[in-house]
Design a protein around this ligand. Structure first.
Ligand code: CA
Length: 235
């Protein structure tokens, strides 16, 4: 019987970088969650022993313990909350290892708060996990191993390019404004730098579109960009 379940949702943020911890805590508290912050693994385990958290947000690089070891300890407990891993960009091995060792989702720093909130909500809903593979037309992305293939050809992307493309693939067929892309991909401090989106889109086009007859990235006049093959009947 869960109907009397407490209405407060408790989150634990395990992060030693106070700027990131504060950024996450302020935003999450503003979204109605009760948030504790542990700056190291020892403090995190103390909190976890004392409180039933609904979700743990776990940085992998901690001063006193490897985040993956902490993940194992959390997983060994009887009541094991979902774990969202945070880690430095590009640590592909960590991403794979973390998910293999039972993390529920993985986010690469720096991240936009809207993305963190979306993932937290998704995990709390216990909905379907984020799909590991995305496909739009002949473009395929392996989100865990961070690989992109078009028509069987592997495409090398820089981390930001990858993040933008992942966002566009998750929203394929939907026009995305430059502001939306900036908010999703960069930290809030980059607000206003929407021109940078055009630069990255140019890079992405040269990598995923130029050699192929069918273009994936569409310019949506007055809005921004959209990923998806143009309907041949309309073209
Ligand atoms: Ca850290």
């Amino acid at each position: 019987m869960e109907w009397y379940r407490r209405s407060i949702v408790r989150l634990l943020v395990v992060e030693d970088e106070s700027r990131i911890a504060d950024f996450a805590r302020r935003g999450l508290e503003g979204s109605g969650y009760a948030v504790d912050v542990a700056p190291d693994g020892g403090q995190a385990m103390e909190f976890i022993h004392g409180t039933n958290y609904d979700l743990v947000i776990l940085d992998l690089m901690l001063p006193d313990i490897d985040g993956l070891d902490l993940l194992k300890r959390i997983r060994n407990r009887k009541a094991s909350p979902p774990v969202l891993i945070l880690s430095a960009r590009d640590a592909v091995d960590d991403r794979v290892k973390g998910l293999e060792q039972g993390a529920d989702d993985y986010m690469v720093k720096p991240f936009a708060f809207v993305e963190l909130l979306a993932r937290v909500r998704a995990l709390l809903r216990r909905g379907q996990p984020t799909p590991e593979k995305l496909q739009v037309g002949d473009l395929v992305m392996d989100c865990i191993r961070r690989k992109v293939v078009r028509s069987g050809e592997t495409i090398e992307l820089a981390p930001k390019e990858f993040t933008i493309l992942e966002y566009m693939m998750r929203n394929s067929g939907r026009p995305l404004s430059r502001t939306l892309i900036v908010e999703h991909v960069w930290d809030v401090e980059y607000d206003g730098l929407t021109n940078i989106v055009d630069v990255y889109i140019r890079h992405l086009r040269s990598k995923i579109d130029d050699r192929f007859p069918e273009k994936m990235i569409q310019t949506v006049r007055g809005v921004g960009y959209m990923l998806g093959a143009v309907d041949k009947a309309e073209a």
